[in-house]
Ligand binder design. Sequence first.
Ligand code: ATP
Ligand code: MG
Ligand code: FE
Length: 340
Amino acid sequence: TLILAFESSCDETSVAVIENGSKILSNVVATQINSHKRFGGVVPEVASRHHIEQITGCIDDALRIAKAQYSDLSAVAVTYGPGLVGALLVGVAAAKAVAFAHNLPLIPVNHMAGHIYAARFVAPIEFPALALLVSGGHTEIVYLPTENEFQIIGETRDDAAGEAYDKVGRVLGMTYPSGKQIDDLAHTGQDTFNFPRAMEKENNFDFSFSGLKSAFINTVHHADQIKETLSKADLAASFQQSVVDVLANKTIRALKQFKVKQLILAGGVAANNGLRERLDIELKAFPEVKLLKAPLNLCGDNAAMIGAAGYVALKNGIHADLDLNADPSLEFEWYPGMEK
Ligand code: ATP
Ligand code: MG
Ligand code: FE
């Protein structure tokens, strides 16, 4: 089964050809980072325009690299949310056009389900599973009773982890996105600032990163005022230690309550070395749980992960009609009884 997959929810235009939901024949990613850098974040109108310019070239490249033709395809999968509406619409329109022209089923994919299924390229996912989903817009712990059910058990009350990385990076004078730069710098410093670990003692699976962000920014501004120079490496290490502590803490709490076969680490922030190393260590206390980390090169946005999630949806009989619309605020359901 060959799936042509589309991803355009934010600032990456991506098209992939995926075989049986587990083999990448091609995964073309055209990033727009350089166009957004000077604004310190993603500008929606700029993103939409880039997607429009890039998408047909990405389709051609994805098919050429995969040595596939339209007639070889079994289905078309596309991210229809969550994300920027104008950006999503470009992928949705392109996917519909291909589906209509070649009479192929159209599979709607939730971008966050895609992030989780990036882990499928490491090993088959076994259920029930838990996923720690950490990205630029989301920080959630998700329970997967079966391959096509996604239930949130906890989430951030304010900023997403990636968003916090990008905001404190800006204060350190880094370019957007700064997650990887802080991660690298953190490895050269020490946790000397002991920033807050929000909600650590609370008996839930929720997170909060805005207090940490404020503490970080206040510390840097205060030092500026009294003309004191702080170690950027120690600032980065302290920030990262706080983020990793709360992510690990709540994940362990979830593993104690939900008996699962696997823990999946996914989303852009899943590329974080501090977090990957920490979960490796923590999971030793759960020998019955396998840790499945999304591959480093598939943590960020890409269409391969959409093809993997789309394959599972296709198997489960999910498809959309040509009236499929983008849903910018698409969300997983909550675990029954655990809704806020
Ligand atoms: P969402 O998936 O929630 O819609 P998004 O698609 O914009 O949001 P992703 O592409 O999944 O987000 O992830 C991008 C985020 O990951 C950015 O905030 C970036 O700083 C962060 N990130 C990337 N690498 C690392 C790293 N090594 N450490 C920490 N954060 C990182
Ligand atoms: Mg991105
Ligand atoms: Fe994403």
